[in-house]
Design a protein around this ligand. Structure first.
Ligand code: NI
Length: 186
């Protein structure tokens, strides 16, 4: 087990498309995923994608803590999950605005529009297939981590950059997202 170095915004690996894992059952893959879990835990994150630790492979990990669960039906807490070669289907047209941070963009947070409902699939390190239809924050964290595999960081998904703020300042000057969500999106 090891804590890995996290790439920060500006490092080119964060803008590259990650490659499929050819042998998801390889021992090296499961060792690497253990290191990703240790790294995420050390950094107090809720998600991490392999490119964030300088490995250009299609692997992501996340969990959904109770305190981040939204009121949206289909959202709910979920334990530590690792997905190898994941796929996402965006379900329906409904989107919602919610706060995100990123271990590669420390100290900032931004309100990002994401699809409310998704289905995702991927291989777990034990060889089983994960296939879940989820909503709310659960759907948000998976979309955020999946974007990392395609070289996309959350500010690129934002439509209103007034909603990008230092965490400390946004605690001093809270923003009511409902007021922004009501604005027509053009
Ligand atoms: Ni991130």
């Amino acid at each position: 087990m090891a804590i890995l170095k996290i790439a920060r915004m500006g490092h080119p690996i964060l803008h590259q498309r990650a490659l499929p894992v050819e042998d998801p059952s390889a021992a090296a893959v499961s060792r690497f995923i253990s290191d990703m879990f240790e790294t995420m835990d050390d950094a107090h994150g809720v998600g991490l994608a392999a490119p964030q630790v300088h490995v250009g492979l299609r692997i992501l990990i996340f969990f959904v803590p109770e305190e981040r669960v939204t009121q949206v039906p289909g959202d709910g807490p979920i334990g530590l999950t690792a997905l190898i070669n994941p796929e996402i289907d965006l379900l329906g047209d409904e989107t919602n605005l919610g706060w995100e941070g990123c271990l590669s963009i420390p100290g900032l947070r931004g309100a990002v529009p994401r699809h409310t409902h998704i289905r995702y699939r991927g291989q777990a390190p034990d060889g089983t297939m994960v296939d879940r239809t989820v909503a709310g924050f659960h759907a948000r964290v998976v979309q955020h981590e999946f974007d990392h595999l395609n070289g996309i960081l959350y500010p690129e998904r934002m439509r209103d950059h007034r909603l990008l703020a230092f965490v400390e300042e946004s605690a001093r000057f809270p923003i009511d997202l409902a007021a922004y969500e009501a604005e027509p999106q053009t």
